[in-house]
Design a protein around this ligand. Structure first.
Ligand code: ATP
Length: 358
């Protein structure tokens, strides 16, 4: 029997609650399938680890997870630790050296979920956002000088390289090509950012020439927010820079009903390193420990993980189980306007996996 080794890094806040549920659901889907199983290794990295050791993960942390088939991540964030330390110390400390340059974020209004967009009909909002995940505004280039003096200055340089842009464009065009609509929207800001974003546009045009069957258009990021709200049905696959896609995908998650539903995959498409799967929400300390966190974002991330390791049938089965559960409003957590608890949703998804039509 095939065994997939999974590094589980729950992190902080509700990350610990939803990852535990994600592992239960993965075990259930493996049992239902019968042809593979999981071996989970648990890593207690994050804010609490930082308080004990002064760092978010051990010095050799990456070596401990380098050989795993995939990583299931919760969230990093701690009320007593600045966000840039938790982000750079754990999530980015894994994503960047593991060259997980393609961050894929599907957005759909699942059955039973109400979008805040009044008139959006079924299937009118079905997007995949591809976020460039290795450079741009999050390249880590910059500095701060003269701290404490009136001359203090700081820079964050958005760095774009030709190979970095080419590979994300190719990835996005290929993904668009694999979807029924075969349409890609390239998000840019080349009117104001006249160097890197102009190169970004030029490379998009060059790469597009190799994908004649994909239609594509270009949108300024500000206009893109309007189009997402006013004409969601005109969008399908979307590619944007690290920062632009970070913002747009939170908007997308909200338009699909809740931040608690949205999944993401940090992919190293060449498979030289493990890829990492996580809900897009953060640690949500306001609801931590209350047992009401929505675990659907983590379950949907588990679907993406199954797909990535090649278990397509199990991925489809888990997605159907999720959709059967969201369709039942009695199983909605408070973020969706319901009263269900994390454990209720998890039990229902496990039941649906084993159900007659699964
Ligand atoms: P971080 O700083 O780690 O990004 P945050 O608390 O600032 O965390 P998020 O966790 O992304 O931001 O979410 C913002 C709000 O959305 C939370 O305060 C919470 O109320 C709600 N929320 C997010 N995820 C979920 C979830 N899975 N279930 C229910 N509510 C959620």
């Amino acid at each position: 029997m095939k065994t997939y080794s999974i590094a589980a890094i729950p992190g902080d806040g509700i990350g610990t609650e939803v990852v535990a549920c994600g592992l239960q659901v993965l075990d259930a889907i493996a049992k239902r399938d019968g042809s593979f199983k999981f071996k989970f290794d648990h890593f207690d990295w994050g804010g609490e680890y930082y308080k004990k050791h002064g760092r978010m993960m051990p010095v050799d942390g990456r070596d401990q997870i380098r050989k795993h088939d995939a990583i299931l991540f919760g969230s990093a964030g701690h009320p007593e630790i600045p966000d840039h330390i938790t982000l750079w110390g754990l999530r980015l400390a894994i994503c960047q050296p593991f060259d997980q340059y393609a961050n894929v974020r599907p957005t759909r209004v699942l059955p039973g979920i109400t979008s805040p967009l009044r008139n959006v009909k079924d299937k009118e909002l079905d997007w995949v956002i591809v976020r460039e995940n290795s450079e741009g505004e999050y390249a880590g280039v910059g500095g701060r000088v003269h701290q404490g003096s009136p001359l203090e200055a700081a820079t964050d340089v958005a760095m774009f390289t030709r190979p970095g842009v080419e590979r994300i464009m190719r990835f996005a065009f290929r993904l668009a090509q694999s979807r029924p609509r075969k349409h890609l929207t390239v998000v840019t800001k080349s009117n104001a950012q006249r160097h890197a974003m102009v190169m970004w546009d030029e490379i998009a045009t060059e790469v597009a020439a190799g994908f004649k069957d994909v239609t594509w258009d270009k949108m300024l990021v500000d206009a893109m927010t309007v189009r997402m709200v006013m004409r969601p049905e005109t969008l399908d696959t979307i590619v944007a820079t690290n920062l632009h896609a970070d913002i747009l995908s939170d908007l997308a998650a909200a338009l699909a009903g809740s931040l608690g539903i949205a999944p993401t995959a940090n992919l190293n498409p060449e498979r030289k390193f493990p890829s990492m799967f996580e809900p897009i929400h953060g640690s949500a300390f306001d609801i931590m420990g209350k047992g009401v966190a929505n675990p659907i974002g983590t379950f949907w991330s588990a679907v993406m993980m199954l797909d990535h390791v090649g278990e397509r049938v199990a991925a489809g089965r888990l997605m159907r189980a999720i959709e059967r559960v969201t369709a039942d409003k009695r199983l909605h957590t408070p973020d969706l306007g319901g009263t269900a608890r994390t454990a209720d949703v998890t039990a229902a998804v496990v039941d649906a996996i084993h159900g007659a039509n699964a």
